[in-house]
Design a binder for this molecule. Structure first.
Ligand SMILES: [Zn+2]
Length: 403
């Protein structure tokens, strides 16, 4: 039998006034694994039964329906299980407390820095869900999760959620995933449509250190872009092109080119359509197109084609969050210096003329990142108040023109 206890909860119980209290035993039935908690988990798993925590000696008479008992005090906690009306001592292991949770990763990522960071993730689809969970794994301590959508069948293949999550709000499902990685994360949930709640969007952006812009349509990206410019916040945009043949990532820094400048410079690219309802709302699928034809227009790429684009967004986010601090990821500050990155998965459509990987030399190929600096536009409707222009990455001017 494998038994886990929570150090954080035991410390709280040991320092509290109560001599005993009831808790919860979460058991993976048939697997001989049980987790004993003084507090109920936000989202329970396995079979749940009662557990008894006590500071007294292990002579407490068990209640009839209590199988597990934890005695706290002396040389550390002792766990007993009731079998045939007798107490049998079993070994236990500890889920570390907050300050020790990431001790193994210290030196790789500066958890102390990331723990104080607040990231807003707008859109919890295949991009946003994965990025939120990866940033939590890296140690980011606070999240605002924004998405009004629920988990549906067509989401599952490329999403972090499971069949058991069908019907749930994505904000609830991703909260559970984040807390499963780091139970000490602070999470604010906003199951709302930001394009209809501009004031709330501004509040969310205003409170965040960094905004991940992972919605699937341009109107919401423009609304986000405006809020980022207004509140001088860094934002990272990412998207996939048709059937995820490729994708791009854009990072906005206050005072530099905004998302609207990007669209002004490279034009609106043909984006991947993954959801009929939102595609109809935004006009990508016209209202008069039949459901059957709309179905044919909803084309999605492989989850593996989304991964590289998510990965770049995550790396950019970590660089941004730990900028100026000594950390294991600092060396990337010298590499990820562009504000626009382009990725191709396949030699298809707009990438069909790209060179094959072997012997490509300076020619663009699939599966490599290409960076460029997008300059601000004087005629940008969002950010044209200031007149600061960036150096343009000349080498990719031609590449960008192809869009
Ligand atoms: Zn602009």
């Amino acid at each position: 039998m494998i038994v886990y206890l929570s150090q954080e909860e035991l410390d709280a119980f040991a320092s509290g006034e109560a001599e005993s209290q009831c808790g919860y035993a979460y058991e993976w039935e048939g697997e001989d694994v049980v987790h004993l908690h003084t507090q109920p988990l936000a989202h329970a798993f396995g079979r749940v039964s009662k557990c008894f925590f006590s500071k007294a000696a292990p002579i407490v008479s068990f209640l009839n329906d209590v199988l597990w008992c934890v005695f706290v005090g002396g040389d550390g906690p002792q766990v007993f299980v009731k079998t045939d009306n007798e107490l049998q001592r079993v070994d236990s292991q500890m889920i570390p407390s907050k300050e020790n949770l990431y001790s193994r990763s210290k030196g790789i990522l500066e958890v102390g820095i990331l723990e104080k960071k607040h990231v807003a993730v707008i859109g919890l689809g295949s991009f946003g869900s994965q990025i939120a969970i990866e940033l939590a794994k890296a140690g980011v301590g606070e999240f605002s999760l924004v998405d009004f959508d629920r988990v549906e069948l067509h989401n599952l293949a490329r999403h972090t959620c499971f069949i058991k999550d069908l019907g749930r709000l994505k904000t609830d499902a991703i909260e559970e995933s984040i807390l499963g990685k780091n139970p000490y994360t602070k999470i604010h949930k906003y199951p709302l449509d930001i394009s209809k709640n501009n004031q709330r969007l501004e509040e969310i952006v205003c409170c965040a250190d960094l905004v991940i812009c992972a919605t699937d349509n341009n109107p919401s990206r423009f609304a986000l872009s405006q809020a980022l410019v207004d509140f001088q916040k860094v934002g990272i945009f990412g998207r996939a092109f048709t059937r995820a043949e490729g994708g791009d990532v854009f990072i906005y820094h206050p005072g530099q080119a905004c998302y609207s400048c990007l669209v002004g410079n490279i034009g609106v690219v043909h984006e991947e359509i993954t959801d009929e309802v939102s595609a109809r709302q935004t006009g990508i699928i016209p209202a008069y197109v039949s459901a059957q034809d709309a179905d044919a227009m909803v084309q999605v790429g492989l989850s593996a084609d989304i991964e590289p684009i998510c990965n770049m967004m995550i790396k950019l986010a970590l660089v941004e969050l730990s900028r100026g601090e000594a950390s294991g990821i600092s060396c990337l500050e010298d590499e990820l210096v562009y504000n626009y990155y382009l990725w191709a998965n396949r030699r298809e459509r707009k990438f069909s003329n790209w060179h094959i990987l072997p012997g490509a030399g300076p020619m663009p190929t699939i599966m490599r990142w290409y960076g460029a600096n997008i300059s601000r536009r004087d005629d940008c409707a969002v950010c044209s108040k200031d007149e600061i222009l960036l150096d343009t990455g000349d080498e990719f001017e031609e590449l960008l023109q192809s869009f």
